[in-house]
Design a protein. Structure first.
Length: 348
């Protein structure tokens, strides 16, 4: 009689151990002095009030409120698997959560990931977590935990799924909840990096099923290959947003923030508006990246559908008082971010 083993069931613990051995260097490089070491523990520890960096200032919150966000990368992962390029989807994973956290004025503190795949692959896991780690370093968010699940019967060979979890903190008095938004406030749109991580079911339908393009096909309108465009990582807005909150004040100057994801401008902006107010978007007031007209032409997609599904070139929209609009745009330019006045707030 054959002896059943975990390995014969699809899980090789020796390979898993190799995967785990590669990750500590990627994790610890994201740590700040506020991460409390707990070697061999079953959880990650983080102190709210502590040094931002060795020898630097100490962060103090008087009335801290914890903020939590979670998201995934969606079917953009299928393109990554299709071309075997996995070093940027981890950036997408972090961005989708931390960009949500800043919308209420929060400082992202730490991040946890969940990777699920049919078999353990140390090279694949290291490549994915490298992207996660790099993104966490860029936004100052510690990667203090994660889970790798080997689910041999759940996924097709070569596929995997990701989920991410961000915890942040905001001073209660500085939480941006939209209540400070007023008639005639200005909408400032901040440039996206293409499709980010939204609408990829439609993207794949148009590009691969209707147009029957290959990932390595060069597209003159884009100046790059299909895969290079569609795997461009989601832009991280944390550092510029936190700088704006510090410079202009949460609620005083920066009165609302919307992360433009699935649902487009109208749906995401409406989430931050108080009753009695509406957004008036100025058509053609920003530069639309070429990927969007290209997709629209390939799939004969209606204008309304494009606006509902994609960010159309604006990854973040700020609602600011009119007097500081120009200064806000100048501050964003210091972070090499293009921005435009894309509309205003009006009475509903």
């Amino acid at each position: 009689m054959e002896k059943a083993t975990y390995k014969s069931s699809g899980v090789d613990l020796d390979v898993y151990a190799e995967s785990m051995a590669r990750l500590p260097k990627l994790v610890t490089k994201t740590f700040s002095p506020r991460v409390m070491r707990l070697d061999g523990g079953f959880a990650g520890l983080f102190q709210l009030n502590g040094l931002l960096k060795e020898g630097g200032p100490k962060r103090q919150y008087d009335d801290p409120v914890l903020v939590s966000c979670t998201d995934g990368v969606g079917t953009k992962l299928k393109i990554a698997c299709q071309v075997g390029r996995h070093n940027t989807v981890g950036i997408d994973l972090v961005a989708m959560s931390v960009n949500d956290a800043i919308c209420c004025g929060a400082e992202p503190l730490f991040f946890l990931d969940y990777v699920a795949c049919p078999k353990d692959d140390p090279d694949l896991l290291e490549e994915i977590v490298t992207g996660i780690s790099n993104a966490c370093v860029e936004v100052g968010c510690a990667l203090i935990g994660g889970e790798t699940a080997i689910l041999s019967d759940m996924y097709n060979p070569g596929e995997y799924d990701l989920a991410g979890f961000c915890v942040g903190v905001a001073e209660r008095s500085k939480i941006i909840d939209g209540k400070a938004i007023q008639d005639n406030d200005v909408l400032i749109g901040v440039a996206s990096n293409g499709c980010h991580s939204n609408g990829y079911s439609l993207v794949r339908r148009v590009v691969f099923d209707i147009a029957k393009l290959s990932p390595d096909q060069f597209v003159p309108e884009l100046g790059k290959t299909v895969a290079e465009e569609l795997l461009a990582p989601t832009r991280l807005y944390v550092r510029p947003a936190l700088a704006l909150f510090e410079e202009f004040g949460a609620n005083d100057g920066i009165r609302g923030v919307a992360h433009i994801t699935g649902g487009g401008l109208v749906e995401n902006l409406s989430r931050v508006l108080p009753d009695g107010l509406k957004c008036q978007i100025t058509p053609n007031s920003w530069d639309v990246p070429p990927v969007f007209p290209w997709l629209q032409k390939l799939g004969a997609i209606d204008d309304d559908e494009m606006a509902r599904v994609f960010n159309m070139g604006l990854g973040l929209v700020l609602v600011v008082k009119p007097e500081i609009a120009d200064d806000v745009m100048k501050s964003l330019a210091k972070f090499d971010l293009k921005s435009w006045k894309v509309g205003k707030i009006a009475k509903a």
